[in-house]
Write a protein that binds this ligand. Sequence first.
Ligand SMILES: [Zn+2]
Length: 484
Amino acid sequence: MKYDVVIGCEVHVQLLTKTKAFCGCENRFGGIPNTRVCPVCLGLPGALPVVNQTMVEYAILAGLALNCKVASVTKFDRKNYMYPDLPKGYQISQFDMPICTDGRFSINTEKGERDVRIIRLHMEEDAGKNLHLEDGSGLSYVDFNRCGTPLLEIVSEPDMRSPEEAVLYVQGIREIMQYLGISDCNMEEGSLRCDANINLWIYEDGKKYETPISEVKNMNSFKAMKNALQYETNRQLKEWEEKRITLKKAGKVTRGFNDKTGKTVVQRAKEEEADYRYFPEPDLKPIRISKELVEKMKSAVGELPKAKRARFASQYGLQSTTSAILSKSKALADYFEESVKGYREPSKIASWIITELGGYLNSEGLSIEECPVPPKEIRELMELVDRGVISSKIAKEVFSRMTNTGKPPEKIVNELGLNQITDRTFIEELVVKVMSENPKSVEDYRRGKDHALKFLMGQIMKETKGKANPQSTAEILREKLKDG
Ligand SMILES: [Zn+2]
């Protein structure tokens, strides 16, 4: 059977503003429940919302980065529904006049680069959080600290054709938001949430059939997202083969993904727009967005990941995979650029950052922002190797001490006497000694067994704890072996 998987995404991004969307409460994750609240975000009678200007600016910034049109006038609307974590009984959102529309964002798929169209990007406030105790008491609590947190909702056209593409898209959106510095997009803390609409286009007997759309929720990681959408693809295929229900007949259903069972289950038949009784928020005037503000935001967008990757490749001569790794986060890209300032072989530092520094951060569970080694010290370490003061093997040891002690590389080398041995007479004596202790290897080498040379080198390095300069040692060793 020939079919296409068709996926569209709704991404919610929590904004890193100091205060909430419509009141002065602090906007921060966690805290003692119900301590970051006020009459406005609790929806007490008579309380009036005021629009957070930074939220509007961040929305424009995100819209521009996603190649959207920015509206000249935008307004807020009430989306009405009853739920325990929504004290007002409605959410302030945007309905028919969103701040940004008609964007596009390109993803790098296996089959090459492709544009995903973005229908709209709008501002809204978050709800609180329900906490259902699992101690058999049946009790539930609600924490309103998150109420009124500013969100952006980014809605795409159903342009993704596989679970992998959907993941690439959301990862790309996350990268851009982090680059702009407007959200940390931490999926575990819920500051990036994604719902996906998925169905199949099935081609049979020259006709195209569409299966009912599932809106899949509760995908709390990229892995969960891929699994959920893969599960949903298979489930819809099976359902089509058994029941042949079409989209026209069944419409749209909301399904929640359970990470433990790996399955999606029906939550509810999808509400239609009419169910929410949207109407203009009477307490907030429409906002006029000036050309000046849009221009100001345009210049604040800065260099985005794709452009940075291209520049890294051309300016520093890096391989495309290396550029891609280093530009994964703006912080890492900045670290790299700072470390190669005035250094002639950027690719050498690039690979050190990816392997040694990356390995260290990984094993310690640190982010690049938490890295105890300043970028210029990576350069200083490389320069010590270049000048022949230490070998690249010793450099690894020095680096490990840099992370533990916070001392600069040169100081560590001096304190521990790790400087390379380059004294020719000293090395010559050592070579003679090692040769006399290993007559069989010497003989082997002279009979043409090259691996014996490696063994003898190893013995010399062992004697000097790796400090003998490898080039001159190898040279002297070869000379002496020839002499015999
Ligand atoms: Zn408040």
